[in-house]
Design a protein around this ligand. Structure first.
Ligand SMILES: [Fe+2]
Length: 202
């Protein structure tokens, strides 16, 4: 006798997706991504919200952080052709690796969905190469993306972000540059610029 499989119960909205003003974006993002990627996005959004809380963000900054975290990978599963259409390449690295433009392409999609808050748009764009140092919302999203528990690494960055967001951001960028360099991989010029600004602040 075959057993009847249990009914599929949709997961209740987690973290920031409980906010009525953000929930519709969670559903739109869910429709564009694989379940695995969407689960990553939910972990990033929960962690970004926790980082915002721990670092004393005001209510507006918290909401912007949550919304940017929910939207950060909205373009991550677009085709190469669509990515380059949304965000024309600005250098050889982007031409050869269209996935590199998914932050800028995500910004375009968010704009098309009516997002006008520059803090949110900058954080979506900045999550790939790093936001401007000092952009707290961008740093919270960047750090949450690289250190969410599902990654299985950067736990030290995650812990540090609960006390010193800027230090956590610096460590995350340094770790990334060191990792890519040690494997002989090119580092995007924008990441190098952020790295330089962090290590030699003017
Ligand atoms: Fe991500």
């Amino acid at each position: 006798m075959s057993e009847t499989p249990p009914p599929v119960v949709p997961l209740p909205p987690a973290g920031p997706c409980r906010r009525p003003s953000i929930a519709p974006y969670c559903e739109r993002v869910r429709a564009k991504l694989s379940p695995e990627r969407f689960a990553h996005v939910m972990r990033v959004a929960e962690l970004a919200e926790a980082i915002a809380l721990a670092n004393g963000f005001d209510a507006g900054e918290k909401r912007a952080t949550c919304l940017a975290a929910v939207l950060h990978d909205v373009a991550r599963e677009e085709s190469d052709a669509r990515l380059l259409e949304l965000a024309p390449p600005e250098n050889d690295l982007e031409r050869e690796h269209p996935m590199a433009v998914h932050g800028r392409a995500g910004r375009r999609l968010a704009e098309a969905w009516g997002i006008v808050d520059e803090r949110v748009l900058d954080a979506i764009e900045g999550h790939v190469f790093g936001p401007r140092p000092g952009d707290r919302i961008g740093m919270a999203v960047y750090v949450a993306d690289v250190s969410e528990p599902g990654r299985g690494f950067n736990g030290d960055v995650r812990d540090l972000a609960m006390h010193h967001l800027e230090r956590a951001f610096r460590r995350a960028v340094e770790t990334k540059v060191r990792y890519l360099t040690s494997r002989g991989k090119r580092v995007h010029p924008r990441t190098l610029q952020v790295h330089d600004e962090l290590t030699h602040p003017s």
